[in-house]
Design a protein around this ligand. Structure first.
Ligand code: ATP
Length: 235
């Protein structure tokens, strides 16, 4: 089936130990959309992604994916529904080759990309197939982290600051890749500090402050709302 999935989050609460960090998050990602979470450092964007994929110690509320309530499911069960996560730190195993890193995560759904398909998407990775993870540039590591998730068959991809620390030309390349994934029917939820990058690919932006969504800005209206956005982000 090519039907794209969708995510609906309501009243999401999250904690690190005793520290209550998410306070009733509410937003949705429609089938085939690219949606970003924007907000200052510490607003709770990364924690929201961690709550969605079930690796936050304590969470409550409702996270529905394709109509399935996931709030009480294990991270494994959530992955099997087809939700993939590319963490900010990328999680590349430095002692393994590019190819071995690609093969690491298990396939959770039919329809995941083959290694040749991943190499078509990221030609740099094919050239580096035998290189160790440590020998890769930041951009190549990011591509490997994305490619690895596409192999699993996940159709909703959560990305945490994929462009952080990368050169403009690489940022542009990653933007083209995400746009292509969108055209192929993937649904993408992106945490991003660089809203100019987000603007090149997103449909909607949710602004996060202190563990809540405080605004939704349509991408088409981003420029008209730039003053408001600067105030939110403190830039
Ligand atoms: P950043 O861009 O800095 O990652 P963010 O919006 O993603 O910002 P989170 O990382 O989700 O924010 O952090 C939300 C809050 O949770 C912050 O107050 C942060 O200090 C706290 N926090 C994050 N990780 C942990 C942790 N492992 N243990 C305890 N508190 C944490």
């Amino acid at each position: 089936s090519t039907a794209a999935p969708s995510l609906a989050i309501e009243g999401l609460e999250g904690w690190y130990g005793e520290s209550h960090v998410l306070h009733g998050m509410r937003f949705d990602v429609r089938p085939g959309e690219v949606v970003t979470l924007l907000g200052r450092n510490g607003a709770g964007k990364t924690t929201t992604l961690r709550a969605i994929i079930g690796i936050l110690g304590k969470r409550a509320g409702s996270v529905r994916y394709d109509g399935v309530e996931t709030i009480r499911l294990s991270s494994r069960a959530i992955a099997r529904l087809g939700i993939g996560y590319v963490p900010e730190e990328r999680g590349i195993f430095s002692s393994l080759s590019v190819y071995e890193n690609l093969m690491l995560p298990p396939r959770v759904k039919p329809g995941g990309m083959s290694v040749p398909e991943i190499y078509t998407l990221f030609p740099n990775l094919e050239e580096r197939a035998g290189s160790q993870g440590t020998k890769l540039s930041g951009g190549e590591q990011q591509m490997l982290a994305i490619g690895r998730i596409l192999r699993t068959g996940a159709k909703l991809i959560l990305l945490d600051e994929p462009t952080e620390g990368l050169a403009p030309v690489i940022v542009q390349q990653i933007g083209h890749t995400l746009a292509r994934l969108k055209r192929e029917g993937y649904t993408i939820l992106l945490v991003e500090q660089n809203f100019r990058f987000a603007q090149t690919i997103a449909d909607r932006h949710f602004v996060v402050e202190q563990g809540r969504v405080v605004d939704c800005i349509l991408n088409a209206e981003l420029d008209a709302n730039i003053g408001k956005l600067h105030a939110y982000l403190g830039v």
